[in-house]
Ligand binder design. Structure first.
Ligand code: NAP
Length: 479
């Protein structure tokens, strides 16, 4: 099937295409996507500008009804949408179902915001003056999304952008565009007026540049690598576009000697390897207190060796493939760097090519021990199933190792000490913290985003999402 771009309320299926292949079986083409051009992006941005007055003039609850309908459509197509995601991105079917459920919940949550859209009402110092601030949309917004949460990330940008009354141009990741396409299809079927939502797939370099240069654009929300995010930031700033960036991470989990040991092992293995380590909030550094270090390394290696790797469509498979050849090469390269710096991994370390795995980008979940803070695999984002375990003398040493890198997306601690939990909460340099849970696995009702080099601009999700997608208009009224 050819999946077209969606511009000004029309599906555009003409033109050159690119293939979307299944990373678990590269012989399978999941779909062909029309390769959008810079001209398509410009047209989409102008269509969005033309649609803006009517859409922003509609009442919030009326916009919310369209979002509720889109959520219902995704719900009706739930099994198909989840299977599409496993086939294009490689995550297991249960993980894909969890993500589609989250996208549906995100749409319902922000549909409800249409009936709230909180402003401000405060008393004036002056007599008979009524003063308040109401929210207004910012205009045409560009949304650029990565492949690792190919449904939830487009959802958590589209839903708040639309409910605030903005119109959008969405550029999905080329490695996994179908999940985002399904959301746009649902919005189309739900009756979003033409031009309100536009979707252009294709090369990030060409379309990204066209997007930041499109005259009607007022803001860009980007999730992806630091390299692209920082480039976009520079380009967008030249035009004073509002910008929101969610980027890379190198997330730590601190394991203290007083932790519930088995629970800590499960949480670290889950956070490091599920979704093939391709979650932005995945744990890639376990920082373990000396007293339990050796036992912990043995237990994590033993548990990791039992993980079942394979095609995520098959029941019982826990770990799918890397998303594409480039990501596979990156992971294998870092494993070799790890071997040179830290010695043989305690488990894993190879590409898997036996039997049916030969046609996919599979790597064994890999655990390195005795990694020190100066090692490359302790500092650089790998974005794959590779865990570096590091030894800490005590809590203070663990905190200093955890905070020693420029990233600050998520962070976790495993401990039964209330006092250390609070020390950690106040001192950890990350935007998302978990305690006695995996570092990955967030919900949509609270702000999401990092700090330091991982993020820039207002947070996503929860009530905080409205801050990026709306502006205040302040009114002083004498009666
Ligand atoms: P990426 O290579 O930066 O790509 C992200 C998006 O940007 C894709 O749609 C890509 O298009 C597009 N793009 C590429 N070049 C561009 C340009 N010059 N201008 C504008 N857009 C451009 O990242 P990725 O490999 O998809 O995703 C992995 C990264 O995302 C990791 O670093 C991960 O940590 C990060 N991530 C962060 C979060 C978070 O919340 N902090 C969440 C998820 C992922 P193409 O696909 O066509 O290249």
């Amino acid at each position: 099937m050819i999946y077209g771009n969606y511009i000004d309320g029309e599906w555009r299926t003409a033109g050159a295409t690119f293939e979307n292949r299944n990373p678990a079986n590269t012989a399978e083409v999941v779909g062909n996507f029309v390769r959008g051009t810079a001209g398509d992006v410009d047209e989409a941005a102008h269509a969005a500008a033309a649609a803006l007055p009517a859409w922003s003039g509609m009442s919030g609850p009326a916009r919310g009804n369209i979002l509720y309908k889109a959520a219902d459509i995704l719900d009706r197509n739930f099994e198909q949408v989840a299977a599409d995601m496993t086939r294009e991105e490689g995550k297991t079917l249960p993980e894909a179902k969890g993500e589609v459920r989250r996208s549906i919940n995100i749409f319902r949550y922000f549909a409800g915001e249409g009936a709230r859209m909180p402003g401000m009402l405060v008393p004036s110092e002056r007599d008979r003056v009524h003063m308040f601030a109401l929210r207004k949309p910012i205009g045409v917004v560009g949304l650029v999304t990565p492949w690792n949460f190919p449904s939830a990330i487009p959802a958590w940008k589209l839903a708040p952008a639309l409910i605030c009354g903005n119109t959008v141009v969405l550029k999905p990741a080329s490695a996994a565009p179908l999940s985002a396409w399904r959301i746009v299809e649902a919005l189309h079927q739900a009756g979003a007026p033409k031009g309100v939502v536009n979707f252009v797939a294709g090369s990030g370099g060409e379309l990204g540049k066209a997007l930041v240069e499109a005259a009607p654009l007022k803001a860009v929300s980007f999730t992806g690598s630091c390299e692209i995010g920082n480039w976009l930031h520079a380009e967008a700033s030249r035009r004073h576009l509002r910008i929101q960036l969610e980027m890379g991470g190198k997330n730590p989990t601190i394991v203290l000697a007083d932790a519930d040991f088995n629970c800590a092992v499960e949480n670290v293995v889950n956070a490091a390897f599920f979704s093939t380590g391709q979650k932005c909030t995945a744990t890639s550094r376990a920082i373990v207190e000396d007293a339990i270090y050796d036992r912990f390394v043995d237990a994590v290696a033993a548990r990791t060796s039992r993980l079942k790797v394979g095609d995520g469509m098959q029941p019982g498979v826990e770990i799918g493939p890397c998303v594409d050849q480039g990501q596979l090469d990156t992971v294998l390269r870092y494993i070799e760097i790890g071997r040179k710096e830290s010695g043989e991994p305690r488990c894993g370390g190879r590409r898997l090519t036996e039997g049916a795995l030969a046609n996919g980008y599979f790597v064994e979940p890999t655990v390195f021990a005795d990694v020190t803070p100066d090692h490359t695999i302790a500092r650089e984002e790998i974005f794959g199933p590779v865990l570096a375990i590091m030894r800490a003398r005590d809590f203070e040493d663990a905190m200093s190792i955890a905070n020693s890198i420029p990233f600050g997306l998520s962070s976790s601690i495993q401990t039964t000490s209330l006092s250390r939990t609070f020390e950690y909460i106040y001192r950890a340099e990350a935007g998302l913290l978990t305690v006695n849970l995996p570092s990955a696995g967030v919900e949509y009702q609270l702000p999401f985003g990092g700090t330091k080099d991982s993020s820039f601009g207002p947070k996503e999700q929860g009530p905080a999402a409205l801050e990026f997608y709306s502006d205040y208009k302040t009114v002083y009224l004498k009666y």
